[in-house]
Design a protein around this ligand. Structure first.
Ligand code: TYM
Length: 326
């Protein structure tokens, strides 16, 4: 049986990278698989400092965004990670099977620990918690963007180590990558679009106003060639626009490039902006509507947590038995 699991951090409204790299596949996978769980991973988000009031709002904003994008709480289990305590419990067990050198080169640690904030134990252990999220449901498929591949590999290794030591328990989880597996920053097309990017015009949120979206695409960094081509190696800026354009219109890259023949990049940026606006206008309206109904969102999350917990506790009991805790 196939079981899908994935997660997103509650650090504000999701952006275009989250949507095209992950959320769109999350929506598509519903109903195609035995079980589908999507988690708002608040335990992960506190690996860097968070303001409590903002975190509380963010959890609900992300829940609203996921539902607005098409996650149906009747067809998938949508829940807040910290409401299911087995995530932390399994994390401890898996942490005891993971060596320190194995974690040192993983992306969260490398990019988010620095001299000022030397990096917490939590940030270092981040990928173990992610492995626990996945293995806790014996997940087989994990839809993520390309930036999560190294974390997935750790989850696979951890599953193998556990199985070897305690007997066959966990399937080896496989990543599912979308076509637009890496959306780039609009200010620097050599880096990924990210929530934590301090540059104001770099990141397009799914609830940005049409004017914001137009401005961000108009200012998108490209190169000095005016033709529209798809060549990610040599022309990352315009290729990022082409990839976004194709993804939001549901076309192939070739179709989009063909349609754009004769357009200057400046004109093309306008075309892409309008396509993005068209795609996200209904989602934006729906997010706004849902955000106003915190009671509903909280109910969805607590029902989701109940259902997740039912599954998690069965697997965790098996883990306890295998380790010798019971
Ligand atoms: P997070 O919250 O950073 O991002 C959520 C999802 O969005 C994808 N993504 C992107 N895809 C393409 N282009 C981009 N520029 C881009 N930016 C983000 C991410 O790959 C991710 O799929 N560690 C995870 C959360 C997590 C998780 C898990 C994921 C915790 N436990 C278990 C899968 C399974 C993270 O920080 O995602």
């Amino acid at each position: 049986e196939e079981r899908v699991f994935s997660g997103i951090q509650p650090t504000g409204i999701p952006h275009l990278g989250n949507y095209l790299g992950a959320l769109e596949s999350w929506v598509r996978l519903q109903g195609q698989h035995g079980s589908v769980l999507y988690s708002i991973v608040d335990l992960h988000s506190i690996t860097v400092p968070q303001d409590p009031a903002r975190l509380r709002t963010s959890v609900l904003d992300v829940a609203a965004s996921l539902i607005a994008c098409g996650i149906d709480p009747e067809r998938s289990i949508l829940f807040q990670q910290s409401q299911v305590s087995e995530h932390t419990e399994l994390c401890w067990v898996l942490g005891c099977l993971t060596s320190i050198p194995r974690l040192r080169h993983l992306p969260q640690w490398k990019t988010k620990s620095n001299r000022k904030n030397e990096g917490s134990v939590g940030l270092f252990a981040y990928p173990i918690l992610q492995a626990a999220d996945i293995l806790l449901y014996k997940s087989t498929h994990v839809p993520v963007g390309e930036d999560q591949i190294q974390h997935l590999e750790l989850a696979q290794d951890t599953a193998r180590i556990f199985n070897q030591k305690y007997g066959d328990c966990f399937p080896i989880p496989q990543p599912l990558l979308s076509v637009t597996r890496k959306v780039k920053s609009l200010r620097d097309p050599t880096s990924k679009m990210s929530k934590s990017d301090p540059r104001k015009l770099a990141t397009v949120n799914i609830t940005d106003t049409p004017d914001d979206i137009r401005l961000k695409f108009r200012k998108a960094v490209t190169d000095f060639t005016s033709e529209v081509t798809f060549d990610p190696e040599n022309r990352p800026g315009v290729s990022n626009l082409v990839a976004i354009h194709a993804a939001v219109t549901g076309q192939t890259v070739e179709e989009v490039v063909h349609q754009s023949e004769g357009l200057e990049t400046a004109q093309y940026k306008h075309v892409v902006a309008e396509a993005v606006i068209q795609k996200f206008s209904p989602i934006r309206a729906e997010v706004q509507r849902l955000r106003a109904d915190a009671g509903y969102l909280e109910k969805v999350l607590s029902r989701g947590a109940e259902k997740a917990k039912e599954r998690a506790s069965v697997v965790y009991q098996e883990v306890r038995r295998r380790i010798g805790f019971s």
